[in-house]
Design a protein around this ligand. Structure first.
Ligand SMILES: Nc1nc2c(ncn2[C@@H]2O[C@H](COP(=O)(O)OP(=O)(O)OP(=O)(O)O)[C@@H](O)[C@H]2O)c(=O)[nH]1
Length: 363
């Protein structure tokens, strides 16, 4: 698996609309079956309490909620939400008209207002107005704007029905907000990750590299640990791009990144520093330790070339190594590693150069 596979997956789930849809679908798949079940239970209730019109209305409601589930599963979530809003509105008004506000069916309008704002097909203003309308209609029904046409025969159960409706509607409303909270949190986590990761290779990007370098520097300063910086650069990478095209160049970059990643310890950090340049941050390691570690990389790259059917020459890397000295800043160490890398390039590439002044001190 390439190092960047994880990031590719990240990008696949990164489409914000796809993410919103998965959260809205999750919400619908929780709410709609409950709503359909409640309506289903109400069919015999209204039938035996003598309000046949409401029994029929509940049959229609069950069908609407089931159809809404089908629509949602077929990527028509906004239409499903609009349909649910209309159903709840119609149901609340008709039930209040026939039996008044006492059974508390109008509370579903209140819950629906937080659900209706999830319709992303309309402007924010329209969605806001629709949700506020639902709340206003709830308020009107709740104060008893209609004189009930029927008197329910099981009126002694009305307080319990009202209680159940209030609790169910309230929980649905809380659940809707919880889903949106989860969505917001997962988006924040992904944004944080995207800000730190290079999209091609899946390595830390230069921005995050700066943060890691500072952390490692402070730790080394406090604990008097060794710290070594390696600058690595792919040799004649332009030729690879020019000869085989940019996408092969990208693949080579990812393969090199993966080889480097597999060659360092988990406690070390590999950063994509520039186009075809990498920075390796080795904690608790001297320049000599780094040299030994880097010596293992060339054979691994050669092996990669042997397995590659496109490239006609092996990919090689030039390295510059500098061990941090307690009296210098981390920027100075990076500059030394960069100078050492320059020497590697000057001397013919595919080699490791240790920053001169530090080698004697580090052995
Ligand atoms: N495919 C690909 N190419 C890149 C990327 N970033 C930088 N490059 C290319 O890397 C090449 C770097 O070329 P140079 O700076 O001349 O270095 P080089 O050819 O490796 O030569 P030396 O470093 O001197 O060995 C340029 O052609 C850039 O376009 C990338 O993300 N993908």
């Amino acid at each position: 698996m390439y190092v960047n596979d994880g990031v590719k997956q990240l990008f696949q789930t990164q489409d914000p609309s796809a993410q919103t849809d998965s959260h809205r679908l999750q919400l619908i798949l929780f709410i709609a079956p409950i709503a359909a079940l409640v309506h289903f239970v109400l069919i015999p209730f209204f039938y035996y309490t003598g309000v046949a019109v409401l029994a029929t209305l509940n049959v229609l409601s069950v069908l609407i909620w089931v159809y809404g589930i089908w629509l949602s599963k077929h990527n028509r979530i906004n239409l499903a939400i609009q349909l649910f809003s209309c159903e709840v509105l119609l149901h609340s008004v008709v039930v209040s008209y026939y039996v008044g506000p006492d059974p508390g069916f109008q509370y579903y309008l209140w819950a629906m207002s937080s659900f209706a704002v999830m319709d992303t097909s309309c402007s924010r203003f329209r969605v806001f107005i629709s949700a506020v309308m639902l709340v206003l209609i709830f308020a009107l029904l709740n104060v008893g704007v209609f004189e009930p046409v029927y008197e329910l025969t099981l009126s002694e159960y009305l307080p319990y029905i009202k209680l159940a409706n209030m609790v169910i509607a309230g929980i649905l409303s809380v659940f809707a907000i919880m889903i949106m909270r989860g969505f917001h949190q997962s988006q924040q986590a992904e944004l944080k990750e995207l800000a730190a990761i290079d999209s091609l290779t899946g390595l830390f990007n230069r921005r995050q590299g700066g943060v890691l370098l500072k952390q490692a520097y402070r730790l080394a300063l406090r604990n008097q640990n060794q710290l070594t910086i390696v600058m690595a650069d792919i040799d004649r990478f332009k030729q690879i791009n020019d000869r085989y095209g940019h996408s092969v160049g990208d693949t080579v970059l990812c393969q090199v990144a993966e080889t480097l990643q597999n060659s360092i310890r988990k406690s070390d950090a590999l950063i994509r520093w520039g186009g075809e340049e990498f920075l390796i941050l080795l904690s608790d390691a001297s320049a000599r330790d780094a040299e030994k570690l880097l010596a293992k990389i060339s054979p691994r790259l050669e092996q990669l070339y042997a397995e590659n059917e496109v490239l006609e020459f092996p990919v090689t890397l030039s390295f510059g190594v500098a061990q941090w000295q307690p009296d210098e800043s981390i920027e100075q160490t990076i500059m030394c590693a960069d100078d050492a890398l320059y020497i590697s390039k000057q001397e013919g590439r595919n080699r490791i150069t240790l920053a001169e002044s530090r080698v004697a001190e580090s052995v």
